[in-house]
Write a protein of this length. Structure first.
Length: 256
């Protein structure tokens, strides 16, 4: 891949999950400097091992507890002091694990979703988009796995979280448009972790984490103004078109 992001600073939240790994790899192949907050030293060791074969780019890891808003704001100050501004930010968080239906859900599972998933999604947008607003420049991409939008009884919590992401993306995009910030929400599905260096796998309806990263690089280079984008391994699942299912959610009226 041509080094199209040489000299660009890119923030990646969720760099230590499998999809995030692929995104970091693709960004570094494109020559970017990737800034990745980590919650543990072991996460840092594992990520460095994942990218050690990539000759280009640069990886900067910072040990910080992002759900702690005080630590997150300290991180934002450190980024400004060290780099001045961010060209691109990507938030690729893992959704909550499948669980019981909401009427049987343990209270601790609900609090975990709020603290480790939804609050983190909000805090990333709060601190990074505020930095971009000050510079009136940048692109922000949130990544959502559409597999969790299916109305399965055992996936009620992850389904609800995915809907929270969509609504928050719509709000953040609307609030930051006048500052010259391009906000995009990328839907992915049928992700395979067995073939990390492949793109789409013909006939298998799968997409690799590296392919998602390549899609993001191209998204950055394009001039698209659309909020929602797609990197789908398989368009149809259980006789339902993924894009149609998402668009249906966006058009739903809130319950009265």
């Amino acid at each position: 891949m041509q080094k199209t992001l040489a000299g660009k600073q890119v923030f990646v939240a969720g760099a230590f999950n499998m999809i995030g790994n692929g995104i970091v790899r693709s960004l570094m192949k494109a020559g970017a400097t990737v800034i990745a907050p980590a919650k543990s030293a072991q996460d840092i060791i594992c990520l460095k091992q994942e990218v050690e074969d990539i000759p280009g780019g640069r990886l900067i890891t910072l040990l910080v507890d992002m759900p702690d808003h005080r630590k997150a704001f300290e991180l934002a100050d450190a980024i400004v002091e060290e780099f001045g501004q961010l060209e691109l930010a990507i938030v690729a968080l893992e959704p909550p694990s499948p669980s019981a239906d909401l009427t049987s859900l343990p209270i601790m599972s609900w609090h975990k979703m709020l603290d480790e998933h939804l609050t983190l999604f909000f805090i990333c947008g709060r601190i990074i988009l505020d930095l971009m607003k000050q510079n009136r420049h940048g692109m922000y991409i949130s990544v959502s796995n559409t597999d969790h939008l299916e109305p399965r009884p055992w996936a009620a919590l992850s389904n609800l979280y995915a809907r929270f992401e969509i609504e928050m993306a719509k709000t953040l995009a609307r609030e930051t448009a006048c500052y010259g910030i391009r906000y995009h929400h990328l839907f992915v599905n049928n992700v395979t972790y067995d073939f990390p260096d492949h793109s789409h796998l013909p006939g298998k309806g799968l997409v690799s984490p590296d392919k998602i990263g390549e899609c993001i690089v191209q998204q950055y280079l394009s001039g698209s103004e659309e909020l929602f984008h797609w990197c789908l391994g398989k368009e149809v699942k259980n006789d339902m078109n993924v894009k149609e299912a998402v668009l249906k959610i966006l058009q739903e009226d809130p319950p009265r």
